[in-house]
Unconditional design. Structure first.
Length: 461
């Protein structure tokens, strides 16, 4: 049995049965048979109608979905409500982009051999989608991996994170209530062996994964030939702060970007490189703001920083911070565990370049600040890790901003905004070790289709 705990106090929320390889195989048989029989495909107008009803049902259950996501995931209530509203909007974005799954005319008659022909492309569903999700956005990530498949016309089998399966199950039930035939979206609660069987089966045409790089790249290496994939892993997001930065505007943004969901976000602000002329002032002001963040029960509407997902993650963050301090980092605030489940919002000044907090994704409520004098050297340090997802630069100088945009190795560079900024219709994904493929509702929908060409030859053309 899978036991789902509240990460704040480790109280049991619910127990769910695991399924094994046999049940996963049955789900694959069902999805594959569904896709192979084109008479059972859902036409675009039916997909639109189902997803419109889905959004309407969700709008009537915002509080219920918020409570579920917050209880199992530990994200503060206020932020969990924002996640639910984003999830509803994600469904609406998918509806809007169903008509954009289209092809184009290919010119013919440009050579003698292509005369008397007309050619077009159109897009078809790619096939069975297997989705493996993460805990940190237990509803919105499921939307990005399942609604996109449904909108594209693909049957999908989704495995939620073991720590946060309840939001996924609630959403699958909503889809069925909205009229989606049961076999089009199947949720499986399974352990590693059965999950690997799901992902690597040759009946899977597309694999979408959100989680650790170690697991994601391993599973990609095991994919059946022809299976396409998108992997979304973490990063150690860098921020470059020039000496002309608007400090008053920047500090609240960095605070939110660094401590949102206790830093358990793949693009969370982690490494902040600040020009030496303003570093001391900015670092201490930032730390004073971090000290005032309200840490506590995620269901309390006043809470700003909730628990980490598991006690072992608190142990890990504590060990990494201690290592940095022993190496010479200055603790400007925090630096201590509060309990089995909570860690203080922590700001470290100039931790060693080789410390874990400087080289690995922290995924906890810790922000590292580094002083620099040479901006080229700072950019080099920002780029030197093998993870590259989103980055940011703060400056009033347009030339410096564009220079940083050009030189920072990231798929997205925010100018005068924090690294965790995202809206669900923009392209979103890591590069290098941080992932492959592009997220964002319409981008994922496009990847879950494939192009087909048809050419008509006629003497009258």
């Amino acid at each position: 049995m899978l036991k789902v705990f509240n990460p704040a106090d480790q109280s049991l929320i619910k127990e769910l049965p695991f399924v094994g390889k046999a049940e996963v195989d049955a789900a694959l048989n069902t999805a594959y048979a569904l896709f192979q029989d084109q008479s059972k495909w859902l036409p675009p107008h039916q997909r639109i109608e189902i997803l419109e009803r889905t959004a309407k049902i969700m709008e009537g259950r915002v509080e219920e979905l918020t409570q579920t996501a917050a209880r199992e995931g530990g994200k503060p209530y206020v932020d969990s409500k924002v996640e639910v509203l984003r999830a509803i909007n994600g469904v609406k974005i998918a509806i809007e982009h169903i008509p954009q799954l289209k092809g184009e005319q290919i010119p013919m008659g440009l050579t003698l051999s292509s005369d008397n022909r007309i050619a077009y492309t159109f897009r078809e569903p790619i096939g069975v989608v297997a989705a493996v999700s993460a805990f940190n956005h237990p509803l919105n990530l499921i939307i990005h991996q399942t609604v996109t498949a449904i909108a594209a016309g693909c049957p999908v089998i989704v495995k939620p994170a073991e720590t946060t399966p309840l939001s996924c199950l609630a959403f699958v039930d909503i889809l069925k209530e909205a009229g989606l035939p049961e076999d089009w979206c199947q949720a499986v609660i399974c352990e590693v062996e059965a999950a690997e069987h799901l992902v690597t089966d040759p009946r899977v045409n597309y694999f979408t994964f959100i989680g650790s790089a170690k697991v994601g790249w391993y599973l990609r290496s095991k994919l059946s030939p022809g299976t396409r994939c998108a992997l979304e892993h973490g990063g150690a997001a860098p921020v470059l702060v020039e000496k002309d930065a608007d400090i008053e505007d920047m500090l609240p943004a960095l605070l939110k970007g660094g401590f949102y969901h206790a830093g358990q976000v793949c693009v969370s602000v982690q490494r902040v490189f600040i020009h030496e002329d303003i570093c001391e002032e900015v670092a201490h002001r930032f730390a004073e703001m971090a000290k005032k963040l309200v840490v506590g029960d995620q269901l309390d509407e006043k809470t700003e920083v909730g628990p980490l997902i598991l006690p072992r993650e608190v142990d890990r963050v504590e060990a990494w911070v201690n290592e940095a301090v022993e190496g010479g980092a200055k603790v400007l605030c925090g630096g201590n565990r509060i309990s089995e489940s909570f860690y203080e919002p922590t700001v470290l000044l100039n931790p060693p370049a080789d410390a874990k907090v400087s080289t690995l994704e922290i995924f906890g409520p810790v922000v590292c600040i580094y002083s620099y004098s040479d901006r080229e050297e700072a950019i080099k340090r920002a780029n030197e890790l093998d993870v590259h997802f989103q980055a940011a630069v703060y400056t009033k100088n347009l030339d410096l901003a564009m220079d940083a945009v050009k030189k920072l190795n990231a798929n997205g560079v925010m100018v005068n905004d924090h690294t965790a900024f995202r809206v669900d219709w923009m392209p979103f994904g890591g590069r290098d070790t941080s992932g492959i493929g592009m997220g964002g509702i319409q981008y994922t929908m496009h990847e879950m289709t494939r192009e087909k060409l048809f050419v008509i030859k006629s003497k009258v053309l």
